[in-house]
Design a protein around this ligand. Structure first.
Ligand code: IPE
Ligand code: MG
Length: 229
């Protein structure tokens, strides 16, 4: 979700106004995805590198995160959304962590869209914590060849299939340490549209682009045609 700051700047507003608008777009996007039958929506809200921002912006972002959890989770719950938060929560205020846990528990039984928010998340951190937890639980594996299947249950997104489509708003064309492991075969879509402007029509364009791609997973076009026939 990139581009909040630039969206605000264009309107001569403080950056936090862009972040607020960005949170509103989460609601809109969750609804749009649910309507289209999307089962998993995963949003990169705050990276492990975002702590490097000015202290005031970090602190306002934390306030906004808390506010959103306090005020939006009931709506999400009513829309049958299951909320998950992934990332290293150890750096967050304990009260915020409690609020996250409460929100996850409240929505855990919901069968609609699974909305995952990545907070203090980094793709490299994810792989490292998975390896560490695997070896802590199965010390006999140290020095042995590991398989992807062994590691999978320890990755933070173990409950979801790998993403079909990755969207980055705001014009930058990079993955920025998001779901590194899980994006191996995802279709990548980059748009100059700023996140606060990324509405349902913009989502439709992204999905249309996705539908025109051929996902070969290493195979040839001819092999795929033979399977279809
Ligand atoms: C993305 O918007 C939101 C967060 C990383 C919290 P930015 O804050 O990166 O917005 P720009 O890139 O400055 O426009
Ligand atoms: Mg940015």
């Amino acid at each position: 979700m990139d581009g909040n700051g630039r969206w605000a700047k264009k309107r001569l507003m403080p950056r936090i106004a862009g972040h607020k608008r960005g949170v509103e777009m989460i609601r809109e996007m969750s609804r749009a995805c649910a309507r289209r039958g999307v089962e998993y929506l995963t949003l990169f809200a705050f990276s492990s590198e975002n702590w490097r921002r000015p202290e005031e912006e970090v602190s306002l972002l934390m306030d906004l995160f808390r506010y959103a959890l306090q005020h939006e989770v009931r709506n999400l719950h009513e829309s049958r959304v299951r909320l998950k938060v992934i990332g290293d929560l150890s750096r967050f205020d304990p009260q915020l962590v409690q609020l996250i846990q409460y929100s996850e528990q409240m929505t855990a039984g919901n069968t609609g869209l699974t909305l995952t928010v990545a907070a203090n998340y980094g793709g490299r951190w994810d792989v490292l914590q998975a390896v560490a937890r695997l070896l802590a639980q199965r010390p006999e594996l140290a020095g042995q060849p590991l398989s992807e299947e062994m590691l999978a249950p320890y990755l933070t997104m173990h409950y979801a299939p790998e993403p079909d489509l990755f969207i980055r708003t705001g014009g930058e064309q990079r993955v920025s340490n998001f779901l590194l492991w899980q994006l191996a075969y995802s279709e990548l879509y980059f748009t100059p549209t700023l996140w606060p402007d990324f509405n349902e029509a913009a989502l439709e364009l992204a999905i249309t682009s996705y539908q025109q791609r051929e996902r070969r997973f290493g195979r040839t076009s001819e092999q795929l045609e033979a399977c279809k026939g």
